[in-house]
Design a protein around this ligand. Structure first.
Ligand SMILES: C[S@@+](CC[C@H](N)C(=O)[O-])C[C@H]1O[C@@H](n2cnc3c(N)ncnc32)[C@H](O)[C@@H]1O
Length: 354
């Protein structure tokens, strides 16, 4: 079922109406009128809509794509999977293992402070809680944008329940079930609903769970406090990378290590296999991403005197470039295929003066 690459954020509102509204087929007609859904696909859409039960896999996928619009609705009885933050911590571990076999161990985490940079507006506590449970003394979760109502509390409660029931599944560092449980239980979750309301009302910019500290204000993190820093799907969004780099330099210690996962794929939602996953190279349209290529991004950090290590996890299959008939737009024309094909990179950042 093809989705046109010109699919815009506002169109996702229409799609949300289709998924959640009473007259789904009426909205489907509007999508066809806007040439976002082709007539040949109407039957397939009909089948998808009929099968779209609350809590089904398809439902969660839709929620991920449409979460902006679904926010107010999920508050009245939704459910959020913990899978995504769980996968993020798994990816942080995989990233670290690519550079240092000893990094992701509770022995290494003990006595250290970590930072999840750009923790997200939906599940801002989850990755930090998992890192804390795995042995860091203290973990900061930093998210500069306004948190979405209801999601942060629901996702945290769901995660904590899962950790209490299946602690072994959340042991990424070899810390052991008992220690992990003890750490999860030590978190102060009292009045977190009130704390979230206070953050939403700008009465505070910090929520301290004891061991895990959320903040929307990077100035709350003292100079040199951070020994290990992580981010997932953040660097491709940041507009002012030099400022971002200098913030990281300020908050990190001289011996700190950072692992950052960057997804260079075009972030528009479409699933037409005939189109390049790097459609931006041909039409120049950017949706929420900064459009930096890997070397653009790396240059900023190198200039700021970081040692930068890189492992490319995924590249775009050559066929996407080979069957493309359009020329690459000027902005990207000077780059080699090796540069443009990088889809998912993990980076290790260390300070050169370490
Ligand atoms: C796609 S979300 C990733 C959230 C989370 N790390 C995850 O993987 O679910 C992108 C995040 O990038 C961060 N971000 C985007 N633009 C930024 C900017 N200009 N400065 C700082 N952070 C930014 C925000 O924290 C935002 O939540």
């Amino acid at each position: 079922m093809g989705m046109h690459p010109k699919f815009e954020r506002e169109d996702s509102f229409l799609l949300a109406d289709m998924v959640l509204g009473a007259d789904k087929l009426d909205v489907l007609k509007q999508l066809i009128d806007r040439k976002l859904v082709s007539v040949e696909n109407v039957e397939a859409w009909g089948r998808l809509l009929a099968a779209l039960q609350v809590d089904s896999t398809g439902w969660f996928k839709m929620i991920d794509h449409l979460k902006v619009r679904i926010d107010p609705l999920i508050g009245s009885g939704g459910y959020i999977s913990e899978k995504s933050p769980y996968d993020i911590v798994g990816n942080y571990k995989a990233a670290a293992l690519g550079f240092d076999a000893n990094f992701f161990s509770h022995a290494n985490f003990s006595g250290k402070t970590a930072l999840d940079f750009g923790a997200g507006v939906y599940r801002p506590f989850c990755v930090a809680v998992m890192l804390f449970a795995n042995g860091f003394d203290r973990v900061y979760s930093f998210e500069p944008f306004a948190l979405k109502p209801d999601f942060p509390l629901a996702s945290l409660m769901h995660l904590v329940n899962q950790m209490l029931v299946q602690p072994e599944r959340f042991d990424f560092s070899g810390i052991g079930e008992d220690a992990l449980l003890q750490r999860v239980r030590s978190l102060d979750l009292r009045h977190i609903d009130r704390s979230l309301a206070a953050v939403a009302n700008n009465e505070t910019d910090v929520i301290d769970l004891g061991g895990v500290l959320f903040t929307s204000n990077i100035d709350r993190i003292p100079d040199g406090a951070i020994d290990a820093h992580f981010s997932n799907a953040v660097l491709e969004h940041v507009q002012d990378m030099a400022r971002h780099s200098s913030i990281l330099r300020r908050v990190t210690s001289a011996t700190s290590v950072g692992y950052h996962i960057v997804d260079f794929l075009d972030h528009r939602y479409y699933d037409d296999n005939n189109l390049s996953p790097f459609e931006k190279y041909y039409d120049g349209v950017l949706d929420e991403i900064n459009g930096l290529t890997p070397s653009d991004l790396e240059r900023v950090f190198l200039q700021d005197e970081w040692s930068v290590g890189k492992i490319t996890w995924k590249t775009v299959p050559a066929e996407y470039f080979e069957r493309e008939t359009r020329p690459v737009i000027d902005r990207y024309a000077g780059y080699s295929r090796t540069e443009l094909e990088q889809h998912l990179n993990c980076y290790q950042f260390r300070k050169d003066n370490a």
